[in-house]
Design a protein around this ligand. Sequence first.
Ligand code: SF4
Ligand code: SF4
Length: 331
Amino acid sequence: MPSDIHSHTNNAGFFEIRMESIGGLGANLAGKMLAEAGVLKLGFNGSNFSSYGSEKKGSPVKTFVRFAAAETEIRSSSPIEEPHVVAVFHESLLRTQNCIVGLESHGVLIVNTAKSPDDIRVLTGLKSGVVLCVDALQIALEEKSRVNTAMLGALCRIIDFLDPEAVKTVISETLGRKYPTLAAANLRTFDRGFREGSISLYPAETNGDVYEPFVHPIPDLGYDSQALGGAIINPGNSITRDLSASRQGFLPAFSQEACIHCAACDEVCPDMCFVWNAKQDSRGRTFQYLQGIDYQYCKGCLRCIQACPTDALTTIRETDTYATDHRVRHQ
Ligand code: SF4
Ligand code: SF4
């Protein structure tokens, strides 16, 4: 990576970063702090904005940061399609969307994950470039902070024209103003994000190409293909709805043995994840029996755990296959 911004900017003179995240992980704030450090502390030109749909915890968010040398004006406010660096704040996003689209062949992919760079390369299909894996969630848990400052640490490790001390100053000023008690924890988180994690380099056969060009998504229905009368021919339904990418690393584990089938969990679950079946008790009376959780619809809010009067529901850190291995499907 360059020590001087000039040596690695694109044809427009920009160095571009795209953060892929979900609402609640702090990518928007991370982008703001990074841009502020670059512009106000380091003297670059810069811009930053985010793109998201409903402002809801768990929904996908993209945050964009552009830097340029002081003499280069940034007149673009378009989304970053061919970034030098992609930072993925939530590993599950790699399964639900093409996070690396547009990344150049020498680009850098940073992922919040406990996996190795080789595993991430296989998961994403990345052909070449640099992969940095940092377990930002574990760091944030241990430091009682958030993943965004660990990801900022990782970004500063890989982008060496960004002075980490400048970013730390902005973190102190920003969090110190709003949440003074959190500033110290987030600075420790930043340092660990900077130091920890593993990096692998996968050499490119070509020089500086974008190996998978960005393709603008084309909606299935447009003004010339919409059914007459605006009829909705594929109505919204919950069968294909997958909320797994909304989980922030945790989900409820269910123990059949400890369950008393009181349905307190079902009453608080916003997504009707609990799967019930009729069963007969020893006296032949029919009752509703909790079979388990349909994890496809679980966004990991963990309300059910607070509601459960027994130890039938417990919080666990999500591992790769837990949800698919333990999913009980709605009939
Ligand atoms: S964590 Fe519990 S309450 Fe929240 S969506 Fe999942 S099953 Fe429902
Ligand atoms: S709240 Fe707990 S005990 Fe009651 S049905 Fe749900 S899992 Fe079972």
